[in-house]
Design a protein around this ligand. Structure first.
Ligand SMILES: *Cc1c(COP(=O)(O)O)cnc(C)c1O
Length: 542
């Protein structure tokens, strides 16, 4: 069924472009487009099929022997894949940083896929290379706001780069720390540099035991991957406790000094510009001072929060970011670009040379090939999507979107704080907040309870949060995520909380009210909730 011929003639037909606009391929294209739009107008989860059930459709480990008609294959994709995807476009999908895309990306992405340019070298990308450099320049400008002369001389320079475009925040963080490592352990009299000689030789030359990176416990897990991949070891990620959700500059300074006194070298301090779990911003300006005093690199991970710089009203919340040696920003988060658009920006356009690599057939010395300073090799023209989004929205368009998300988070936080049976665990700095169910009366009692009672009650509340989150997700109408963290009210032990990211501009106040009501109905219907309510009386007033 649907089996096509195994002939070169048939294969040639697959490679050539459709002959006319009513061709079979054009029909398939239209059919798929209609189906996607239809899917995206439905609930978060349309078909309640278990993952195990879905796995059965993807269990054959053999490559199919014979070719299949594209039309047949398209139907199978719609059936097996699309129908069981998650509708991240739903206004009630508010649990993650991945959200709705503006529709213009669908037709524009055809240009990118169709042209199939490879940004690793000019010979396969031509105009896409200057475009990517401009995109990096625009983002650099947003963060560092240098003079026109600065950008005129560096934007298209073969010897410098304002940043590295990559597939996401993880690679951007690794790239930034890679540059930092190669600079801090760079070549000097008597030493060829870590890039050439390796870490063991570098440690011997500098007479150090370890090289470390410091962040708060709220630092993204990609930093742990980074210290691993760069050879420093995961134990050398010094993540300081963050009961207030941010990295305390005084504690950072003390810990950094202590680390250096033990015969180690601090590579970098990483400040987060919008943590993934609670959306808090580290005190970047103060951390820049600490990094200066400790003589280390200062990196800001603004993968999610960086887009706040578009907002005149809120950009001050990232104050100090302009002092960072490097900054990570993901366009696929708050810039509404399809996934695969991360950037590491460098304050000093010379810095990326610390990782520059040359090869004979490609990346020749003096060329403008972007591949010479990127960790990744072959890369697609994703920068075009960032370029287009920046033109279609404009700074002021982005500003409106950012402002609206932050204001909506404030509205939702008020709604939660006012509700007797919910407890706001971290208030939003940007457009992310956390909360949990906590029956009226229990919140007050908990505040004054002894530690043992607190732990006992919190353990039950944790379980309640998990039950509610799962049931809501399984019901398929809306999605809120959950995480575990030390909240300001409960600084010693982690508690489980709901996590909400307000990204979709179409999420309304009524949607938020409905989501909260749905959670309330689920929670109050559980045995655990009733148990908790009964316990209120038994807790002594301290
Ligand atoms: C999302 C995120 C990352 C990782 O980015 P990916 O694009 O998922 O690789 C890193 N840091 C922060 C703060 C993030 O929010």
């Amino acid at each position: 069924m649907g089996e096509a011929q195994v002939s070169l003639e048939h294969l040639f037909r697959v490679f050539t472009k459709p002959e006319h606009k009513d061709s079979k391929m054009a029909q398939i294209e239209q059919h798929l487009s209609d189906n996607i739009l239809d899917f995206l107008s439905q609930h978060v989860v349309t078909k309640k099929t278990s993952l195990e059930e879905i796995e059965k459709d993807f269990s054959d480990s053999k490559v199919p022997e014979s070719p299949e008609f594209v039309s047949t294959h398209a139907e199978s994709l719609l059936d097996k894949l699309v129908a069981h995807s998650v509708n991240t476009y739903s206004p009630t999908f508010i649990g993650h940083m991945t959200s709705a895309l503006p529709y213009f990306h669908l037709p524009l992405s055809k240009l990118m896929v169709g042209l199939n340019q490879n940004l690793v070298k000019i010979e396969t990308s031509k105009a896409f290379t200057p475009l990517e450099r401009q995109v990096l320049g625009m983002m650099h400008n947003l963060v560092y706001d240098e003079s026109k002369a600065f950008y005129d001389s560096h934007l298209h320079s073969a010897k410098r780069s304002l940043g590295a475009f990559c597939s996401g925040g993880t690679i951007a963080n690794i790239t930034a720390l890679w540059v930092a490592r190669n600079k801090i352990l760079g070549p000097q009299e008597g030493f060829a540099g870590v890039a050439k000689a390796g870490l063991a030789a570098a440690y011997r030359f500098h007479d150090i035991n370890h090289l470390g990176v410091m962040c708060s416990k709220r630092g993204h897990y990609s930093l742990s991957k980074a210290v691993d991949a760069l050879g420093l070891g995961r134990d050398q990620l010094l993540s300081l406790p963050a009961p207030n959700q941010t990295l305390d500059p005084e504690k950072a300074l003390a810990a950094g000094k202590c680390y250096q006194e033990e015969g180690n070298k601090l590579l970098a301090i990483v400040g987060v510009g919008g943590t993934t779990e609670t959306g808090h911003v580290d005190p970047l300006n103060e951390l820049a001072d600490v990094a200066k005093e400790l003589g280390c690199w200062f990196h800001v991970d603004a993968a999610w929060g960086g887009a706040t710089l578009f907002s005149s009203q809120y950009k001050h919340r990232l104050k100090g970011i302009e002092r960072a040696d490097s900054v990570t920003i993901d366009a696929h988060k708050q810039m509404y670009v399809p996934m695969g658009a991360g950037m590491a920006l460098f304050k000093n356009p010379e810095d990326a040379n610390a990782v520059r690599h040359h090869a004979q057939y490609i990346l020749r010395a003096g060329s403008k090939d972007l591949g010479a300073t990127t960790l990744e090799g072959s890369r697609n023209g994703m920068a075009m999507m960032v370029y287009s989004a920046m033109h279609i929205f404009g700074r002021r368009g982005y500003e409106l979107l950012i402002d609206r998300s932050i204001e909506k988070a404030g509205t939702f936080a008020d709604m939660i704080a006012k509700h007797p049976d919910f407890e706001l665990t971290t208030a939003p700095t940007l457009s992310l907040l956390t909360y949990r169910v906590c029956p009226a009366g229990l919140q007050e009692k908990l505040k004054h309870a002894d530690e043992a009672t607190k732990d006992k009650i919190n353990e039950k509340l944790d379980r309640l949060t998990v039950i509610v989150q799962k049931q809501q997700r399984e019901a398929g109408k809306s999605f809120v995520s959950r995480t575990r963290l030390e909240a300001p009210e409960y600084p010693t032990n982690c508690i489980t909380v709901f996590r909400v990211v307000l990204a979709n501009p179409l999420t309304s106040t009524q949607d938020l009210r409905n989501i909260l009501n749905e959670q309330h109905v689920i929670a109050t219907g559980t045995k655990l909730y009733k148990e908790l309510v009964k316990m209120i009386e038994t807790i002594p007033v301290a």
